[in-house]
Design a protein around this ligand. Sequence first.
Ligand code: F6P
Length: 595
Amino acid sequence: AGDSVRFAPLRCICQVLSYARRHLHESGLLRNKAATSRPPRDKESNEMSIRDTQAWKALEQQLEAGMRDVHLKTLFQQPARFKTFSLDAAGIQLDLSKQRWTPEVRENLIALAREADVPNAIQRLLSGERVNLTEDRPALHTALRLPRDAKLEVEGVEVVSEVHATLDKMETLVDKLLDGQWRGATGKPITDVVNLGVGGSDLGPLMVTSALSDFEVKNAHEVSTHFASTMDGSQLADFLSWLNPETTLFILSSKSFGTIDTLSNASTALDWLAKRLGGDEELIKRFHFVGVSTKPEKMTEWGIAPANQLLFWDWVGGRYSLWSAIGLPIAIRVGMDNFRRLLAGAHAMDEHFRTAELEENLPVQLALVGIWNVNFLDIRSHAVLPYDGRLKHLPGYFQQLEMESNGKSVTNDEQQVDYSTCPVIWGEIGPNGQHAFYQLLHQGTQPVACDFLAPINRYNNVEDEHFREDLMAQHRLGLANCFAQSRVLMLGDDAVKSDGTPPSYKRYRGNQPSSTMLFDSLDPATLGALIALYEHKVFVQGTIWDIDSFDQWGVELGKKIATETEEIIATQQGLDSLDDSSRGLIESIWRGQQG
Ligand code: F6P
C-alpha cells in the first residue's frame, strides 16, 4: 500500500478542517445557547413522569408480586405459551414466549402504551408532524417507501412525487453504471464504486448490501461496491492500494455534507485520483464523484457536478436514511428492482404498524417487552444474534439505530428522566458468538436480553444439487444451534435430563429472556420489513420514555472538541488550555512523531 497511497497534502487537510469548522458554525454548534434553544412543544407541557401512570404502578406491583424472580421454566408450565406470544406480519414471525412475562404483564404494558399516547404518536409520525421536537421537524423515513401512487402532503408540499423523482434519477444513474456506460476520465467503464460516508451514511448501505449478497446483479459488466468510513483513513488506504483509479467512482454520502470523517476521506480520494490520472480536478470530479446529501450548495461548492448530485430531505434522519438516495450503493449492488422491493417490504411493515391493534402490533410488542426488561426486570444489556452470516453488520447497524435514537436522559419537557432508557445494544453472528461471549450469557453475572434472528429457508437457489444439500445441512445446523441456545438460555440445566446434580461450575441457571424472529428467506422485501420493525420499535420506546428519538445532540460536543484538539496538535499552540491527561497524550504524539 505504501507506494500507491500517501496522505493527502497538508493543504487539502487544512481545507477540509476549515470546511468542517465552517460546518460547525453553520449547524449552530458554535453559536450561543439562545440560538440553539428548542422550539416550543406543539402539545401542552406535561411534567408528569411515565412512572406516575397507573399502568406503570400496576407493573411494579406485578414485579413485587413474584414476577421479579419467576423463572422462565415456571412460566413455561402455562399451556400454549408459543401460541399466546407469537405474532406474524409482513413476512416476519416473532416469538416472544421466551420473555419473562405473562399475559397479565402484557396487558399492563399495553395499558402503559395507551397512557403514553402511543396510538396517537404513531399517527403523528406517519402523517409528517414535527415529532423531532429539538430540531423542529418531521421524521418521515416512512415517506421514502410510500408507493408511487400514494399521496402525502407535509406542510404544503407533496412529498411522494419528490421521493419518486429522486428514485427515478437514482435508477438512471444505476442503469448507466451497470450497463458499463459510466466511464472514468480516461474513457474506461467504472468497475468499482467506493462509498465514502459514516454513521447513517455508511452503516445502512453496508449492512443491506451484505445481507442481500445473494441478490447481486449478474451482468456482463460487473460493478463492485466498497465502503470506507473511518476518518483515520485506514479502510480507504487499503482499497486505494489495489483499486484502479481509471475505473473507480466515489460516492460522497453525507446528509450534512460537513462531516470531517467523510470529507477527509474524499480529499484523500481526490488527491489519489489527481496524482494518478493527471488532468484537471474539475474533470476528475465530474467523472469520478457522485454526491448524496440534503445540501446541494455544499456539494456544488466541493465540486460535485449537479448531474451527479442526488438529494434527500432534512426530514430524513441520518440513521433512517438507507431508504433515500443514501441507499445508492445498495441499488448498485442488487439493482433498482430489488431496492424497490426493499422499500416495499418496509412499507408493508409501516402499514402493519399504522393499522394493527396494539395487541397484534409487532413493533409495539417488541418495544413493550423491551420496556419490561429495561425498566422493570432491570436488564440493560441487549444482544442481537443473527444466525445467518449475511447479517454480520446487523448488530452494528442496530447499535446506531437504537443507541443514537434512544440513548437520552432528558424528557421532551427537559426534565431529567427518573428511569432507564436505551439498553446497551451489542451482538455478533450467533454461531461465532457461541465461541466467544455465550459463556457469559450462560454462566456470567449479567442479565442479557437476546434477539435471535434466522431465515427458515436458505440455499434454495444453489444450482449444483450436491453442493446445495451440503449447504442446506449447514443451514439446518445453524437453526438447530439457534433454537438450542435460546432453549438453554431459557431453561438452564433443565434443558437436559441428568442423573444427579452437576458441580456448580457446570451449572446453567437459565432465565435469560430472548425473542426469536423467523422469516421465510432473507430477501429484499423481508429485510425491509425487518429493519422497519426495529425502527418503529425504537420510536415506540422513545414515546414511552418521553424522549426525542430523532435528534443526536450527544455526538456534537465530541466533534467540536476534536476540531479544536486537531488544531492544537497541528499548530502546537494552546496546549495549556487542556487537562493534564490530554496534555500528556498530545506531548507523546509530538515526541513519537519526531522520532
Ligand atoms: O455523528 C453522528 C451523525 O450525525 C449521525 O447521526 C449521522 O448518521 C452521521 O453523523 C453522518 O452524518 P452525515 O450523513 O451528515 O455525514
